[in-house]
Design a protein around this ligand. Sequence first.
Ligand code: URA
Length: 364
Amino acid sequence: MSRIFINYRRLDTEGYVGRLYDHLLKQFKPHDIFMDVQNIEPGADFVEVLEDAVASCDIFLAVIGPHWGSLKNEAGERRLDEWNDFVRIELESALKQSKVVIPVLVGGARMPNPSILPESIQSLSRRNAITLSHSRFATDVEDLIKFMRDMLPSHPTFKRKANPAVLAEKEEKLKQVRMDLINAKDSPLYDFRVQQRYYPVIGEGYADANIMIVGESPGKKEAASGKPFVGPSGDVLDEMLASVELARSDVFLSNIVLDRTPDNRDPNTEELDYYGVFLDRLIEIIQPRVIVTLGRFSMVYILRKFNLREKNGKISQLHGTLIKTEAHYGDLHVMPMFHPAVVLYNPTKRDVLQQDFEKLTIFI
Ligand code: URA
């Protein structure tokens, strides 16, 4: 089932749609996104084929560029009014089937006035639109994805079904940790952060997630943006998450050290001890059912924190194993994994990491 249907006019928005597709692929699988009806069999009723394609989606994105409503065929007739205009037929079908139709405005386009639309699709004008601006494209797409994630029927156990009040309380507590971290002048990395104009990276994701992922320490890109895993390791991580149908917004992502270390060197004991207190607070707030550690520093910290038998083990032996323990709030599992950066140096490790991620599916 293609969950997201992208409806667009090639001549109007092909470039934007390509960009949008690339961004969506970071969060969804290719088979979740349906863009072009291909291979309509000879003899098939193309309207029925288009209707079937639309029927199988959950969300219909109507991408509208500046020429969406005005493009004409060689005879001077508006494409939108042609009897066989795929764009209009798909839209009619989505509206008739009461799909979630989201107009996505690109290239400075405005929402079309109903008076210029064929009657069968006039209700499109009443749908609230999302604008993807040129300068904020990535951020705007992120907002769109967030909205779609909330709309899409997700696996019931992806996210803990939090009481909204509990979720709000957790988000509030996370804000407090963030403030404390920003003001952590006694941190061994505070001066370096300020000199370099970096941000601390507390982490991000769902405040009531079942799965918490703990990496090592922010890299340059992370420290420059304040967001975890936005560099090359983050691309590998996104790929791994997507392979088990998880999005960043389903998990909580953080690190054992929450500031960048000079020259990206390994964290030292003082730093691990200092930031460990912050990580403990995050775990206490989120109360995950599984903690995935990426790399040996976070593995050792977590195995020691819970005083697990495996605490002196090597990552080469422990990766992909599910280690059961108890937290004061209930059962907890720890799953050590290799750090995604390993794949960047040694592509043969991609399969190993992938197989370890697959073991997470028992939680999702
Ligand atoms: N980015 C992070 O946020 N953490 C890592 O461990 C590596 C890159």
